[in-house]
Ligand binder design. Sequence first.
Ligand SMILES: Cc1cc2nc3c(=O)[nH]c(=O)nc-3n(C[C@H](O)[C@H](O)[C@H](O)COP(=O)(O)O)c2cc1C
Length: 208
Amino acid sequence: MRLVVAATGASGAIYFQRLLEQVDCAAHEVHVVLSAYARQVIREELGTWTPPAGVHLHGDKTMHVPFVSGSAPFDAMVVVPCSMGTLARIAAGIADTTILRAADVFLKERRKLVVVPRETPWNLIHARNVVTLMEAGALVLPASPSFYSKPANLNELADTVVSRILSQLGLPDPNGFRWCGSGSLGAGGGARDSGGEAGSGSAGNELE
Ligand SMILES: Cc1cc2nc3c(=O)[nH]c(=O)nc-3n(C[C@H](O)[C@H](O)[C@H](O)COP(=O)(O)O)c2cc1C
């Protein structure tokens, strides 16, 4: 797979970090771009960050990268975390940075664009921009962690979101949990997924 992973200046650098740790960067061609504010947030939230071996790291002010042209075949792009500023600029068709131009190209080429916004609460402008992106073909995957896997630490909590990103990319999801429909959980990319819907089981789900 040829993949672009962009981080912007929203809170949630851990999602970006954990995603890159779980993508096999030797098996896939992974290009990473950080906005200037992403670098600030990474410093605030992670302290330091070192790109995993094999990753191609690019600045956000270059058009000399293959994925800003529709002529270069790529499979998917993820913006994680995605600030509401970047989300708005993509929705408006602004394409004057590497990240924005790449997102613009992925939309025009009907390629998979996964946007992971992190903001709360939303104003109406945020909501309208999300609708615009969805109408344009992006998959909007809010950074909304879940708790039913009983995450024991921040990495496990972040992985509840990362798992959903990997699933959208069609990549293996070694830390993923799947609701089995009876109050129990399966781990490891759905190997024990019974296909049930959350809340559909009867045993052990009582609220007391
Ligand atoms: C520590 C920190 C946390 C931030 N968290 C968010 C956030 O969760 N969501 C958001 O939309 N913006 C957040 N911002 C503001 C964005 O960084 C700011 O709007 C910036 O212009 C985004 O630029 P970019 O999209 O080019 O990275 C945060 C800024 C800082 C410094």
